[in-house]
Design a protein around this ligand. Structure first.
Ligand SMILES: CCCCCCCCCCCCCCCC(=O)SCCNC(=O)CCNC(=O)[C@H](O)C(C)(C)COP(=O)(O)OP(=O)(O)OC[C@H]1O[C@@H](n2cnc3c(N)ncnc32)[C@H](O)[C@@H]1OP(=O)(O)O
Length: 192
């Protein structure tokens, strides 16, 4: 069932204003963490999303669907498509607002099948901010930026402090993320 009839964002929000140091339109976004399943270059069967910023401001990501991403024969697995949208939406929130945030809620509408060998062009945008909550949505089009929509998604991201990652994840998370950030010549804005 489509969620098209539901109001979005579901609460009153302020406009999401990009951080003054957000990557400029036209910038390619690098890998945010080399072991990330969504974008990492050290995850052989990962999704390897490649993203850039447009003047929307939006983040456009390309996901090349391979045999490693199948659910049914010849078709992308829906859960992996949701993962691609989590990554694309998270890249939009993290890069445009330059604050660490995690996915609290993610909804997907699968509109048409996504075949192996196709490339999904995902455009993600920020829809509003309410305190620590950022609402974002995205469309994924088949094989071209103006191709038919195959998947739509929307999500809620909650800004967190860096202790979220060091307490719940790897105590060396900051060093590992910083190493990737150094590769991108960027700094984390560590306070929510
Ligand atoms: C220099 C910088 C460059 C940066 C460049 C970075 C690039 C970066 C690219 C990243 C790309 C990766 C993108 C993948 C991102 C993941 O996949 S993250 C992994 C998956 N997510 C998680 O593991 C999160 C697990 N959940 C949690 O840790 C906690 O539940 C949360 C989300 C932090 C919230 O907990 P909390 O901090 O205690 O806050 P809490 O008061 O519960 O909630 C805050 C607000 O959100 C609301 N909320 C929370 N959950 C929900 C929900 N499910 N539904 C509705 N509302 C909710 C609450 O009601 C509350 O609302 P208000 O009361 O403020 O009105």
């Amino acid at each position: 069932m489509s969620n098209a009839g539901q109001s979005w964002p579901p609460v009153e929000t302020e406009p999401a204003v990009p951080h003054p140091k957000a990557p400029q339109p036209g910038s390619k976004l690098g890998v945010h963490y080399s072991h990330c399943f969504g974008c990492g270059d050290e995850v052989e069967v990962g999704l390897h999303l490649q993203s850039s910023v447009t003047d929307g401001p939006e983040v456009v990501s390309e996901f090349a669907v391979t045999e490693a991403h199948q659910g049914a024969p010849g078709l992308a697995h829906g859960g992996l498509l949701a993962c691609a949208f989590d990554e694309a939406l998270g890249a939009a929130v993290g890069n445009l607002l330059r604050k660490p945030a995690v996915t609290a809620k993610l909804e997907t509408d699968f509109v048409r099948p996504v075949p192996v060998g196709s490339t999904l062009f995902i455009t993600a945008r920020l829809d509003g901010v309410a305190g620590r909550k950022t609402y974002a949505s995205a469309d994924g089009r088949l094989d071209a930026g103006d191709g038919p929509v195959a998947v739509r998604a929307r999500g809620l991201f909650v800004t967190v402090g860096v202790e979220h990652f060091t307490t719940h994840g790897d105590k060396d998370a900051l060093e590992k993320l910083a190493a990737s950030a150094r590769r991108r010549r960027e700094e984390w804005d560590i306070n929510p």
